[in-house]
Each structure stands twice: as structure tokens, then as C-alpha cells.
Design a binder for this molecule. Structure first.
Ligand SMILES: [Zn+2]
Length: 322
């Protein structure tokens, strides 16, 4: 080291003069990554930047710059036109290929079928975990906890018995409570309290990102809002199902309309998934005898909050650090 200080094995920077141990390798890597970006090979560029990231101390400004840059690259990749190989998979289907290609051409239908949002959720969760490590994992667990506490507090507030949230690895968490003799409207409000609390927590992450410019908080705001949005899919045991049970035919039509309008105006396509689920719940005809405009307004309000966050995060990701 230039200052003559002995380095601890595995150290990435000198404790005294802050010189980087791998500075030559870093220069090579960043030059390579930049030329890959010029060639618009974003996947390779991201790999190269990730390699460079491993050679930098976590807290260094260079590391933070690369993390932000990786996030931007990923957005650029998302915005880039899809590669021409999209029908490649069809050849594996043999005689069914024409049918599959026809389905692929009916674009809106295909978009719903492949449920891109779900895949992107797991994919980006993995990418973010690699980018920010335990800080992201901890933040994500905290977001799940706040969602569950939203349910828990709402049940307690009504004087109903509830157990503290249970955490199930990979499936999130749930609150056990006794819903016997409770009206559909109350159950709907309890269901929506989780996504509302989760949405507010995501909004708080968005504000922290705004104030500090640290990319970690933008990632948390994004994944928190998307996780709560997916929870509002109105089937199975998801929160959206509990809320939709209180909605009659007219309510459900209005909810479907609100989802589509919000999706188009804010370009948040995960809402179309929710809209598809509401369409399914119109077909199942399990309508309650009375409408609940209050539940409808609550449901739409939570959707506005979550889609507002999803709309805001990627579009305004820091450009000042590029
Ligand atoms: Zn929930």
C-alpha cells in the first residue's frame, strides 16, 4: 500500500489512506462495462459492474454509485424493445405452436397470462438482495411486518380476538383471528388494513429516498408497493379476496373500471392483473345481498396509494448520479 500500512487479509481498502486494494482491476472492469453499455449489451454490462462492486468496500461512494447505476441499467433494460427471439419457445410446442403464437399475438391476453409482475417481483427481489444485501432483506421483512400489524391493529381496535402475526418463510405472514359472526364489511376492512399499512410504509421509504438519494430506499418503496398490490389480487386467501367478498355486482364493475383507468393513466400494469381477478369475481357471481360503497372507496384508495408509488419510483430514479 502507498502509505506503508499492513492490510488485513481480504481487506478491500486501506484503513489509513483509504486507497483501494483492487484499483487497477477496477479501472479495467469499469472501462469494459462502459464499452458494453455503448454497445447496448446491458446484461453483460450489469455483470461487469457487479464484479466491480464485489471489489469495493460496501460503504464507499464508488460502491453506492455502482448500486445506483445498476438500478438504472435495469430500468434501461426494461424500457428497451424486447429482443426478436420471442417466438423461439414456440418450436418446443410442436403442433400446438400456431395456437401459442396466436395467443402471443393477442398481446393483452398474453400479458395477463405470463403474469410478468409476479416474475419481476421474484426476479428483482433476488437482484436487490444481491445489490444491497442484508439491509434490503431486513427492510423487506420490516415491510411485511408493518403489513401484518395493519391487520392486527385493526382487529384489536374493534375489540376482536387476534393472535400476533405468524411468519411463514417465502409466503410472508398472516394474522390468525376469529372471523365468526363478523360482517363481510368488517372482514373487508380488516383485509384492506394490511395493504394500507404496507402502502404507507412504502411511502415512507419513498420519502427517505427523496431526502437522502440512497437507492436502497427506492428499491424498498418499489418492492413494498408491488407486494401489497399483488396481495390485492381478489382470489384465494389474498387480502383482495376478503375485500371483494363485501362488494356486490355494481361495486365490482366499478372496481374493475377504476383498476383499468388507473393502470392506463399511471402506466402501472400490475393493476391489470388485479382487474383480471375482479373480472373473475364478477363471473363467479358470489355477490353479497347488499352493496358496500365504503369498502369500494377504501379498496380504490389503497390502489391509488400503491400505484402512485409504483408510478413514481422508476420514472424518477436519481439522474443526478449518472
Ligand atoms: Zn395481508
Amino acid at each position: 500500500m502507498t502509505c506503508g500500512n499492513d492490510l488485513a487479509p481480504g481487506a478491500l481498502a486501506c484503513q489509513q489512506c483509504h486507497a483501494l486494494v483492487h484499483s487497477e482491476e477496477l479501472t479495467v472492469l469499469s472501462t469494459r462495462a462502459q464499452s458494453q453499455e455503448t454497445e447496448e449489451d446491458f446484461v453483460a454490462a450489469r455483470e461487469t459492474w457487479t464484479k466491480a462492486l464485489a471489489l469495493l468496500p460496501y460503504e464507499s461512494t464508488q460502491a453506492e454509485w455502482i448500486r445506483t447505476h445498476l438500478y438504472r441499467l435495469q430500468l434501461a433494460e426494461k424500457a428497451a424493445p424486447p429482443p426478436e427471439q420471442k417466438h423461439k419457445w414456440a418450436k418446443w410446442l410442436g403442433p400446438l405452436a400456431p395456437v401459442a403464437i396466436f395467443l402471443a399475438k393477442a398481446k393483452w391476453l398474453f400479458a395477463l397470462l405470463k403474469m410478468k409482475f409476479l416474475f419481476s417481483f421474484f426476479l428483482y427481489f433476488w437482484i436487490y438482495l444481491k445489490l444491497w444485501g442484508w439491509k434490503f432483506g431486513l427492510g423487506f421483512a420490516a415491510l411485511i411486518f408493518v403489513h401484518e400489524m395493519g391487520h392486527f391493529m385493526d382487529i384489536k381496535r374493534r375489540g376482536l380476538p387476534a393472535e400476533l402475526p405468524m411468519f411463514v418463510p417465502f409466503f410472508g405472514a398472516y394474522v390468525k383471528w376469529n372471523a365468526i359472526g363478523v360482517s363481510a364489511r368488517t372482514r373487508a376492512a380488516v383485509s384492506l388494513a394490511g395493504p394500507l399499512a404496507g402502502g404507507l410504509a412504502s411511502l415512507a421509504c419513498l420519502v427517505v429516498w427523496w431526502k437522502t438519494g440512497q437507492s436502497l430506499w427506492a428499491g424498498l418503496a418499489w418492492i413494498g408497493a408491488l407486494m401489497n398490490m399483488l396481495n390485492l389480487f381478489p382470489v384465494w386467501i389474498l387480502d383482495g379476496a376478503g375485500a371483494t367478498n363485501a362488494l356486490d355486482k355494481t361495486d365490482r364493475w366499478m372496481l374493475l373500471g377504476a383498476c383499468v383507468l388507473l393502470a392506463i393513466s399511471l402506466h402501472v400494469w400490475a393493476l391489470l392483473l388485479v382487474a383480471g381477478g375482479v373480472g373473475f369475481r364478477l363471473a363467479t357471481k358470489d355477490f353479497p345481498p347488499v352493496p358496500s360503497r365504503g369498502t369500494l372507496a377504501y379498496f380504490v384508495g389503497v390502489l391509488v396509494l400503491l400505484s402512485g408509488i409504483l408510478h413514481f419510483v422508476p420514472m424518477n430514479f436519481p439522474t443526478n448520479q449518472s
